[in-house]
Design a protein around this ligand. Structure first.
Ligand code: GAR
Length: 188
């Protein structure tokens, strides 16, 4: 079973996923892709000896570029772990049902274009939500609209500020994202 990870940021999720699957001999994290040359996610991959690929926004949509590499890797699953670009239609048609995303809110709330990272948490706080959470879902052509695989919730209190919300979400992601991916790989 081969998985590729796509990430744009610091890569705490990439690190957790890599660590989790080191114990699972049936699953190989085959590659880590990023649109940011300085993404922390790449360092976590390099430390673990996993091949990395950096590409431009243009190369993501080019049929002879990222797509060619991915196609050769014969992947079972593509996991977006803090990846902030829209996945091109080409990928979605070729890897239907094989691309999943992590979103830091309880979709359909607080999803869509521009809703990523702290933007999401700020919106959750501004709406005085009593709970927040993470959604793991399939990727389709519309931002954050693909079928939901699993959601995990956490209560918010009146004293929760941006940092507190961030911490709670990070905890949910660390606790549940790798095992949800593992459950999916068991069903593939
Ligand atoms: C994560 O919280 C993830 O849920 C979010 O970006 C963060 C990346 O953190 N993804 C989105 O907002 C996607 N719309 P990381 O780089 O430390 O893994």
């Amino acid at each position: 079973m081969k998985i590729a990870l796509f990430a744009s940021g610091t890569g705490s999720n990439v690190r957790n996923i890599i660590k989790h699957f080191e114990k699972n001999k049936n699953v190989e994290i085959a590659s880590v892709f990023s649109n940011k040359a300085n993404a922390g996610a790449l360092l976590h991959a390099i430390e673990a000896g996993i091949p990395t690929y950096v590409f431009s926004n243009q190369e993501l949509t080019d049929v002879d570029s990222v797509y060619k590499i991915i196609e050769k890797q014969e992947l079972d699953l593509i996991v977006l772990a803090g990846f902030l670009l829209k996945i091109p239609k080409l990928f979605i048609s070729k890897f239907e049902g094989k691309i999943i995303n992590l979103h830091p809110s309880l979709l359909p709330k607080f999803g869509g274009k521009g809703m990523y990272g702290t933007h999401v948490h700020r919106a959750v706080l501004a709406a005085n939500e009593l709970e927040t959470g993470i959604t793991i879902h399939y990727v389709n052509e519309n931002y954050d609209k693909g079928a939901i695989i699993k959601q995990f919730k956490i209560d918010l209190t009146e004293s929760d500020n941006l940092e507190a919300v961030q911490e709670k979400i990070k905890w949910l992601e660390k606790t549940y994202f790798p095992i949800t991916i593992e459950e999916l790989t068991n069903k593939l």
